[in-house]
Design a protein around this ligand. Structure first.
Ligand SMILES: Nc1ncnc2c1ncn2[C@@H]1O[C@H](COP(=O)(O)OP(=O)(O)OP(=O)(O)O)[C@@H](O)[C@H]1O
Length: 697
């Protein structure tokens, strides 16, 4: 149960003064529903109103607070678009105050002719005339104090102005209370970190530009708190899993032997090493928590299959969780193909399966008649009951946080530990794996199957689109298959779709009957049909939005065209490029760029040309990642943090991990004063799933 001291933090924003239903709704979109969410809504900049020059000294676009005398009002004739203007002056110059859609009476009251006023806002010089449009503040000189010297600038949403957002956040902060200190005093002292509430207040009341810098000390304290909560939660869950009686699976047996015998290729050394590491875990009576990290196309599927067969030949079941329906079905197809002649039953279950068929499948699953179940999140819904699930494989390009992990663990046979194998193609740098996986063990596929040629990557301006399209003729005649990826347009799936549809029509005119289109808004079966046609060679060009997840495996595809490549993050580009170069043919990746406005975009293109090494790309990605600049960063499979930023604070992660470990060694059930405070922290950061494993205290 959430401690009472935190109640104010979890109150709804509508309970705040000045927040009605409409504002609460708008807030929910960008910030969230609760007071707590407002606490984490930090300013990104400041407005400094301390500059108070004479009118004659003002520069264009300067933020100023000036004392003036109000002159004449120049109201526009009715029903014209002209703005309302008010003249004012000091002893050096004149300035025009400009108001659109203004109410004259209101302005006459606010700015009576002949009176002094203090005005604050951004001044501009327009055709030689000094003016200020919609000043932020207009007060009588004796109320000058009402104008804040420095104001925080918050990220906004349409419908809520900066002023209103500032007021709402301040109202939320007033509700907050000091919380017991959960930090180790020595650490706090060493880092020079403030108390928790003081840190929160300071971040919302910046006094200098440095105070809104995410790497400032105050922000680091709160980031550390969040990492600490994350690491503690993971450690608690891991401890709980370890407490369960694990089971030893038979890693050697007829199924695995047969599979390896009939594979059309030899396993790479790297695959063999990973299989050996996994086998050691499976064969031991402890639960496995392992991450299989392998670059795109490194052959993770067969490694997972070997592990799943170990479960099956031990008389138990295995499940494979894929991030999307397409991938679930693709995994299902490739596992089914691999299992030919093995006499096992593999089935697939996604959100699409409903009614009688689903019921039958669930009945068979509960009866133990299904050996391997592949699917999406539907695998872990409440009514899905396994006969005896021993291994869950999570092929994960998406979030795999604490909650997801618990949902998976809940499907094991009661009281028994379950083995978990997470697979990721995102080569996340080591420290970062800690945030998603805690101290999970890691196996790495460092080698790609032999005979793969490097992908020839080129960057080309979108201005040369026609040329690019023409150049596809040759490879198509040679039997190549081509992916054409249309970019994600921020927050408007509609226009994504429109762009993709237009490109589809255009290409279809040039290569009639050979082009297919898949996008996120399509129904599952429709998508499958197009994918199958492309995989089978009935279609040669596949136009797709990136919503179509990236894990597809069509070894015959050798050309990848990515439109507006500059809009993608490095990790995503790498993933997409990884769809080609999976067979023995020479592959090409064409990165079509629109506008390489930023340094960063140029750097990303350059790195893509230079290397195919996923680890190098991941490091560069992290280095270059401008917060919010990249689309689709969520796909990297990392948990979302509210305060901490992987870009600025990742050095704190190992510290938090060690701290969490030590805490649980010395205060196993979080019973000491600090332990109690840490419980509060876990609830505050909404990482409290692990608390239920503590003896009450
Ligand atoms: N040892 C091997 N020798 C030759 N080909 C292999 C080997 N292992 C796997 N493959 C083939 O390589 C291709 C890629 O394998 P797989 O789909 O498992 O990659 P992956 O690691 O899942 O990559 P991604 O994350 O990009 O989907 C498949 O066509 C598979 O049959």
């Amino acid at each position: 149960m959430r401690p009472e001291i935190l109640y104010p933090f979890f109150a709804e924003t509508v309970s705040l003064p000045g927040v009605g239903g409409r504002i609460a709704q708008l807030l929910e979109k960008v910030v969230g529903r609760r007071v707590l969410d407002l606490c984490w809504h930090f300013p990104v900049d400041i407005i400094d109103r301390r500059n108070s020059p004479k009118l004659g000294d003002i520069r264009h676009e300067q933020m100023v607070t000036v004392e003036v005398e109000i002159g004449s009002h120049d109201a526009p004739p009715p029903r014209t678009k002209r703005p309302y203007r008010v003249w004012c002056h000091d002893d050096t110059a004149q300035m025009q105050l400009v108001f659109f859609h203004a109410k004259g009476d209101y302005l006459l009251r606010q700015l009576p002719e002949g009176e002094k006023r203090v005005i604050s806002g951004k001044a501009e010089i327009f055709n030689g005339q000094l003016q200020m449009t919609h000043p932020d503040y207009m007060v009588a000189p004796n109320k000058r104090d009402e104008i804040p010297a420095i104001e925080p600038v918050y990220p906004l949403t349409a419908g809520i102005s900066g002023r209103v957002m500032g007021r709402i956040v301040r109202a939320a902060l007033e509700r907050t209370v000091e919380l017991p200190e959960w930090l180790d005093p020595a650490l706090k002292k060493r880092e020079g970190w403030p108390d928790w509430r003081a840190a929160l207040m300071a971040l919302h009341h910046p006094e200098a530009p440095g105070d809104v810098d995410p790497s400032c000390k105050t922000r680091r304290r709160l980031a550390y708190d969040e990492f600490l909560a994350n690491q503690l939660a993971l450690a608690l869950i891991r401890r709980q899993e370890k407490r369960k009686k694990g089971r030893a699976l038979k890693t050697e047996g007829p199924l695995v032997e047969k599979l390896i015998e009939k594979l059309p290729y030899r396993l790479t050394n790297s695959q063999q090493e990973c299989i050996a590491e996994i086998n050691t875990d499976l064969a031991s009576p402890h639960s496995m928590m392992r991450l299989l990290q392998g670059d795109v196309g490194s052959g993770k599927t067969v490694v997972a299959m070997v592990a799943m067969l170990a479960a099956v030949q031990s008389g138990a079941q295995a499940a494979l969780l894929a991030p999307t329906e397409i991938l679930a079905r693709q995994h299902y197809d490739s596992l089914t193909e691999m299992s030919e002649g093995l006499d096992i039953r593999i089935e697939v279950l996604t959100g699409r399966d409903k009614g009688k068929a689903r019921e039958r499948l669930l009945a068979d699953l509960a009866a133990g008649e299904i050996d391997i179940l592949v699917g999406t999140h539907a695998l872990f819904q409440k009514d899905v009951v396994y006969h005896d699930l021993a291994l869950a494989v999570i092929d994960e390009q998406h979030r795999f946080g604490v909650e997801q992990r618990l949902a998976v663990a809940a499907k094991g046979t009661s009281g028994q530990g379950m083995d978990m194998l997470a697979m990721t193609a995102t080569p996340i740098p080591r420290t970062l794996t800690l945030t998603a996986y805690g101290d999970m063990d890691v196996s790495r596929l460092t080698e790609k199957p032999p005979g793969r040629l490097p992908v020839d990557t080129r960057t080309i301006s979108l201005n040369r689109l026609d040329e690019v399209v023409r150049s596809l003729q040759r490879p198509l005649e040679g039997g190549a298959r081509i992916y054409w990826i249309c970019p994600l347009v921020e927050e408007s799936e509609k226009s994504d779709l429109a762009a993709a549809e237009e490109r589809f029509r255009q290409l279809d005119q040039i290569f009639p009957g050979r082009v297919g289109l898949v996008h996120g808004k399509m129904k599952g079966p429709e998508k499958d049909k197009v994918m199958a046609a492309f995989a089978g060679g009935a279609l040669d060009v596949l136009v797709a939005t990136t919503v179509i997840e990236v894990g597809v495996n069509v070894p015959e595809a050798t050309v990848m065209v990515i439109e507006h490549a500059e809009r993608f993050g490095l990790a995503q580009l790498h993933q997409l490029r990884g769809r080609v170069g999976r067979g023995s043919g020479q592959s090409v990746c064409l990165l079509l760029y629109g506008h390489l406005g930023s340094e960063n975009a140029r750097a990303r293109m350059k790195i893509m040309r230079e290397t195919e090494d996923g680890f190098r790309i991941a490091e560069e990605d992290l280095r270059l990642r401008g917060a919010g600049e990249l689309l689709g960063t969520r796909q990297s499979g990392m948990p979302d943090f509210k305060v901490a930023s992987l870009e600025f604070h990742s050095d704190l992660i190992p510290m938090a991990r060690d701290d969490a470990k030590l805490i649980l060694q010395t205060d196993r059930e979080l019973k000491t004063d600090r332990g109690q405070a840490l419980r509060v922290l876990l609830y505050l950061m909404e990482q409290d799933e692990g608390i239920r494993y503590l003896r009450s205290g």
